[in-house]
Structures are given as C-alpha cells and as structure tokens.
Design a protein around this ligand. Structure first.
Ligand SMILES: Cc1ncc(COP(=O)(O)O)c(C=O)c1O
Length: 398
C-alpha cells in the first residue's frame, strides 16, 4: 500500500492549496530578520495604529478578570456586547439591527472569513475592487469563490462607482465585496455610489459585503455606513472591527451585522470552530463602544495631522501620491523609479528600500497593483520625518 508522505503537497487539501500566506508577510519577515541583527529600521509597513489601547478599555478587561468573567459565553457574544455593537452603530450611522442580527467574532477578518464560508459555493463569483486588502482574495478562494477584479483608476483617486461594478456582474455573481475607506488606497466610496451599488445588488439578488473596519477613519465630511441603508438589509452584511477604531488590534474583536438567517449560519460555523470571542475582551469591547468616544475623535484628529505631514513630505521630493480620504496609509506611485538600478517591480523596490534605505514599505503587488508602495502613517511625527528623509535619499540615489 502506498502512503502519502507527510509534507508532500498531496497530503493537504485542495482548499488549503488554493490560498497563500499573506503577501505582506514576506517583507515583514525580512524586516524582522534585519531588525534582530541590529539594523535600525523606520517602519511604515505595519497595518495597525501606533496608539496604546485607551486606559478605560484596558481597565474594563482587568475588572473582568478580577470579577472572574472568564468562562464561555454565548457563541455570538454576550447580549450586553451585541446590544452595545448595534447601539453604537445605530447612534453613529442610523442603522437598525436587532440583537439576533449581530455576531461578535475574533476580529473583522474572522467575521469576513465566516461570512464567505457561509455565502459562497464552489465557482461563485465575488467582485473585488482593486486595489484590495490582501486577505480578500484568499478568504474568497478558500470558500471556493472566484474573485472577479474591478480596476479603479489612480488618476481618479481610486474612486469606485456603481457603473464599474455593473460591468463586472455576470449570472454567477454572488457577492460584491466593498471596502471603504480602502486599505491600501485610503479611497472612500461616495455615499451615492454606495447606495447605487447596494440598490443594484438588491435588484439582482446579489449580496453586498461591506468591510467597514476603517469607517471611523473617514476624513471626508460624511462618515457613511452601508448599514444605514436599512431598506436593503436583506442582502447586506456589514463587517466591523474594534481593531483600528480603538487601537485594539491584538485584542481580536470584530463583528458582522447580517440578516438573522445568515447570522444563524455564521453562528453555527463559529460554534463548531472558535466559539465565543474571548470573554475578557468582550467586556473591554463593551467599555469601548458604550463609554465616551472622545478617544476615537482624538486619534482621528492625530491621523489627519500625520496624513498631512506624510503627504507634504512626499510632495517635497516629488513622489506622486493621491490624497487618501481615510484609513492611515498613503499609496504613492513609484513607476518612474522602475527600470532604474535593476528594479523591475514595486516588490523589487520595496526590498531594496528595506535593505539599503532601511525603511519598511509594502509593495503594491500585495494589493493587486504593480506600481505602488503602501506606507502607513500610523506612527509618530518624528518617525515620519526620519523615514521620509531616508526615502528621499534612497530614491535620489537610484
Ligand atoms: C480592510 C481590512 N479589513 C479587515 C481587517 C481585519 O482587521 P481585524 O481582523 O484586526 O479586525 C483589516 C486589517 O488590517 C483590514 O485592513
């Protein structure tokens, strides 16, 4: 009898072989190696806030431990947490979700993963605008879905319109996956376009999954959630997260707002995998959502200042970059440097920038474009200045 050798490709499922380890990880791992060998890096690579988690949120978690709130909870989160999630969303965006339409998960990524496991069947098409957050295509592919990419134009600030989406719809389209504000471009979908997309999807029986993990880091005049389109709730899933809003990336708390029938299926899946999000974190999340939102406003104001500093710096040495309207990334175009010093792709440029310029940036290939690098401005003003100085000298030397 022949035995499949452990570790050979055929020992593993087809579905796990459909996906790749996060494309941002390669450069992050290289950066880690350099750092551990004593190299001083400026890190624009991280996809997370630089702020500490606010004290009142940490205190709520500490209290939860002291009060022995350390047991299993309901799979979808406590009633207290689910009510806090929907009350916050209603107050901020005018949505209207019942408790059984709320599922708390271990991060927004987990909520997305669950949602796609429940919604897509082998061969179903999922429309994904480009540039896209690195995990979208793998989450879709793991569920058997087929990503259908819709290009946006840099010259128009990577703006997405309903007309662009409409062109990509086929009889196999099952889901339209939106992300506003967008990681990596920072583009915000105009509310009127978002409404048009949701209405078009409703007319055609297509789901819209709206990843709104950066919804509070929208620097335009109107902070908008597709969840406010209450007439179209039946085919809409809002994915939210406390990670960026409250600087809680490591705590792992996100959620899905979805019609009750879908929420029940997500709950079933979660009940057979992770069960409830960590009990202590749930108490911290209730504090985050229910107490003063001043910390959110303060962080947002800081990001706006840091964005200005980053853009002014890039502009001072002529690196082309559209103005992002949200999130905490800039996505400059590095095309004019490709072809120099043996650099063929933005991945080559990011690697050389890391090893020679000692600045961490993520190549656009991770997000579906080939001429950009993503740099996070969620860091101190001093680090932005230091990193920009290094970047300028690096580019000049090419
Ligand atoms: C667009 C987008 N969605 C979802 C997530 C997931 O965040 P988390 O799982 O920490 O809530 C991220 C994190 O970087 C993101 O950028």
């Amino acid at each position: 009898m022949s035995v499949t050798p452990v570790g050979s490709a055929s020992a593993f499922t087809a579905r796990i072989q459909r996906i790749e380890i996060s494309a941002t990880l390669a450069i992050v791992n290289e950066a880690e190696q350099l750092r551990s060998s004593g190299v001083d890096l400026v890190d624009f690579g991280a996809g997370e806030p630089h702020f500490a988690t606010p004290q009142h949120i940490k205190d709520a978690a500490i209290d939860a431990i002291h009060n022995n709130f350390t047991k299993y909870t309901a799979v979808a989160g406590t009633a207290e947490l689910r009510d806090a999630i929907r009350a916050r969303h209603k107050a901020d965006f005018g949505s209207d979700y019942a408790r059984d339409e709320v599922i708390a998960s271990a991060g927004g990524k987990h909520a997305l993963f669950n949602t796609f496991q429940v919604l897509v069947e082998q061969g179903d098409e999922v429309i994904i605008p480009v540039p896209y957050w690195v995990s979208f295509k793998d989450i879709v592919q793991y569920g058997g879905g087929v990503p259908v990419f819709v290009e946006t134009e840099e010259s128009r600030g990577f703006q997405l319109t309903a007309a662009m989406i409409e062109q990509a719809i086929t009889p196999r389209t099952k889901v339209i996956l939106l992300n506003s504000p967008n990681n990596p471009s920072g583009a915000v979908i105009a509310p009127k376009e978002m409404k048009a997309i949701v209405e078009m999807a409703a007319d055609r029986g297509i789901w819209v999954v709206s990843d709104e993990c950066y919804v509070y880091l929208n620097y335009t005049a109107e902070q908008f959630s597709a969840g406010s389109l209450t007439r179209h709730k039946d085919n809409l899933v809002i994915v939210g997260s406390l990670s960026k809003t409250y600087s809680m990336t490591g705590w792992r708390l996100g959620y899905a707002l979805a019609p009750a029938a879908l929420a029940r299926q997500i709950q079933k899946l979660q009940s057979q995998s992770t069960s409830n999000p960590t009990s202590i974190v749930q108490k911290a999340a209730v504090a985050a959502l229910s107490q003063s939102q001043q910390c959110v406003a303060d962080m947002r104001a800081d990001y706006i200042g840091l964005r200005g500093r980053m853009l002014a710096g890039l502009g001072s040495f002529g690196l082309a970059c559209h103005k992002p309207e949200g999130a905490f990334y800039v996505y400059p175009n590095v095309k004019r440097y490709l072809g120099r010093s043996g650099l063929r792709t933005s991945a080559d440029l990011a690697r050389k920038l890391l090893h020679e310029g000692h600045v961490v940036a993520i190549p656009g290939e991770a997000f579906g474009t080939t001429e950009h690098i993503r740099m996070s401005y969620a860091t101190s003003a001093g680090e932005i200045d230091r990193g920009l100085d290094r970047l300028k000298r690096f580019l000049e030397a090419l």
